[in-house]
Structures are given as structure tokens and as C-alpha cells.
Design a protein. Structure first.
Length: 289
């Protein structure tokens, strides 16, 4: 059994933890008992030897990301409770079964008291992105718990932590499926259809946090000419066209993003006589630089 690793903070540096701030900066640490490696679970105490928190250690400016402010054992029960709380919170506000939508952020790091962990749900696929080595080490356990909680809703879990831990690439595996394989890459958002590339796309594949902004922009687009710069895979373009924009130009420097944007336009506006003019005004442009 690994010896307990204990961090002692400098006088006064415990105040932020007492306000439940989830980070401990390296400059706040007075003394370390033990030899922590990246990803280790450590205990944090005040200069008066008062227990403050338990968290993941990582070399760098943010030395500890707090998992618990109580003396909780970080085991299967802990992870099950945390992820279930995140799922239940989204059920209560209607995200899980939102009309015409089957994609949402399931775990949002510090917002769900799981600093360093992002989980996005795309119509049966959960994409994990760890931003700390400690969370990366937990990915297999997290995948098992997701299966237990989501049941038949979940088809697969994809780990995309490498891009979130680029400075630790020597110990981080390339993106991989750690449970199952995708049944579909299509999601619905306000009844619009989008295809997502979580393996090589930006972030976890799609900017779910922009859902309400996409909807809002669409409300101003009827009859207007729209320029969507840095369009990525065309989310705002689809909403603009759906709202009745007379012309949409979508521009991005990435050829692959533009190709997926064109696919997303096709999913929502099939190439028929009624939409030929819309499609001709929506030719995506790219720069090879």
C-alpha cells in the first residue's frame, strides 16, 4: 500500500480552500511529506496541521486539483456518486431529454467538482477529455461507471485526453475507444443534424457550449446575408440557413473542417430543386495555409 502523501500549506494559504476553491497553486505549498508523482492522490493540511482537502497532484503551477474537502476515500463509490450527481443535475434541468437534442456536456470539470475532467455526450458516444494526469489515470473506471449509470443510452466511450495533456505526451496514449464503438456520428441540436469528428476535431469534436448562441444568432438571420468566419464545421451556418438567411458564406483555414461543414449543410438541406439556390450561395471556402 502506498504511503500517504501530505502537503502542508503556508500560513494564510488555506483561506481559498475554506471558500471551496478547487485549486492549490505550487507557491502556496510550504512542505511535502512523501514523494508524489503526477496523478497521485494527496492530502492537504494547513500550517496548523488542519485537514483541508484531498486531490490529484500534478507538477506545474496548479499543484493540486481538489476532489474532496472531506476525508473521503477516492474509490468506486466516490466516482459513482460524483458522476451520478452530474447526470442527475442535467436530468433535473432537462438536458438529458431536451426536445430535438441528444448531445450535451455531462461533466464540466470544476463546475461538477471534478476538476480536470470533461465528458461530452454525443447521441450515444461519451467523449472523455482529461486535463490532469490524475483524471487520465481514472479513465477506465470512469468509463465503467458511465456504462452503469447510462445503461443502454451509452454505446461507446472515447478517450481524447492526449490533446488536453500535450505537455505530458510521454505518458498519455493517443485517442482510443475504451468502451464499445460508435453506432452513429450524427447528433441533433434543436432538430438540426450535425456530424461530429471527435477523433481529430477540435476540443471533444463539437462546441456544445455554443448551442444557445447558435440558436440566438439564427433568430437574427432571416433574409440576411451572413458571413461565418472561423466556421469550423458549420454550426452557425446551419442555424442561419434554417432561419431563412438569403446567403451564408462559411470560411475556415482547415480543409477538413470545411468538408465536414459541407456535410452538415447536406444533412439539413438535401440537394433538391428547392434548395439548389441555397446551396450555391453557401459554397464553403478555405485557405491551404
Amino acid at each position: 500500500m502506498k504511503a500517504r502523501i501530505k502537503f502542508i500549506l503556508k500560513s494564510g494559504k488555506e483561506q481559498s480552500l475554506k471558500r471551496l476553491h478547487p485549486w492549490i497553486f505550487s507557491g502556496a505549498i510550504k512542505e511535502i511529506f512523501g514523494t508524489p508523482a503526477d496523478g497521485d492522490i494527496v492530502e492537504v493540511y494547513s500550517n496548523r496541521d488542519e485537514f483541508l482537502a484531498t486531490g490529484h497532484f500534478q507538477t506545474g503551477t496548479i499543484a493540486v486539483r481538489v476532489l474532496s474537502f472531506a476525508r473521503n476515500k477516492i474509490d468506486d463509490i466516490f466516482w459513482m456518486e460524483k458522476i451520478r450527481q452530474a447526470w442527475t443535475a442535467r436530468e433535473k434541468i432537462g438536458l438529458v431529454d431536451f426536445p430535438g437534442t441528444n448531445a450535451f456536456r455531462l461533466v464540466h470539470g470544476e463546475g461538477d467538482f471534478l476538476p480536470g475532467l470533461i465528458i461530452d455526450f454525443y447521441n450515444g458516444t461519451a467523449v472523455i477529455q482529461a486535463h490532469s494526469v490524475g483524471m487520465y489515470f481514472e479513465r477506465q473506471r470512469i468509463a465503467r461507471i458511465l456504462k452503469d449509470i447510462l445503461g443502454d443510452r451509452l454505446h461507446c466511450v472515447y478517450d481524447k485526453s492526449e490533446s488536453g495533456l500535450s505537455g505530458k505526451s510521454g505518458s498519455i496514449s493517443p485517442g482510443e475507444y475504451i468502451y464499445g464503438y460508435p453506432v452513429t456520428r450524427k447528433l441533433k441540436e434543436y432538430h438540426n443534424i450535425f456530424e461530429v469528428d471527435w477523433e481529430s476535431g477540435q476540443k471533444t469534436g463539437f462546441y456544445l457550449d455554443q448551442r444557445e448562441n447558435r440558436k440566438l444568432v439564427g433568430e437574427y438571420c432571416e433574409g440576411r446575408r451572413v458571413l461565418n468566419m472561423f466556421c469550423y464545421t458549420g454550426g452557425f451556418s446551419v442555424y442561419a440557413l434554417r432561419a431563412g438567411a438569403s446567403m451564408v458564406h462559411s470560411v475556415d483555414s482547415s480543409r477538413t473542417s470545411i468538408q465536414l461543414a459541407d456535410i452538415n449543410i447536406s444533412h439539413n438541406f438535401p440537394f433538391d430543386n428547392m434548395n439548389t439556390q441555397i446551396r450555391s450561395h453557401c459554397q464553403q471556402q478555405y485557405a491551404d495555409g
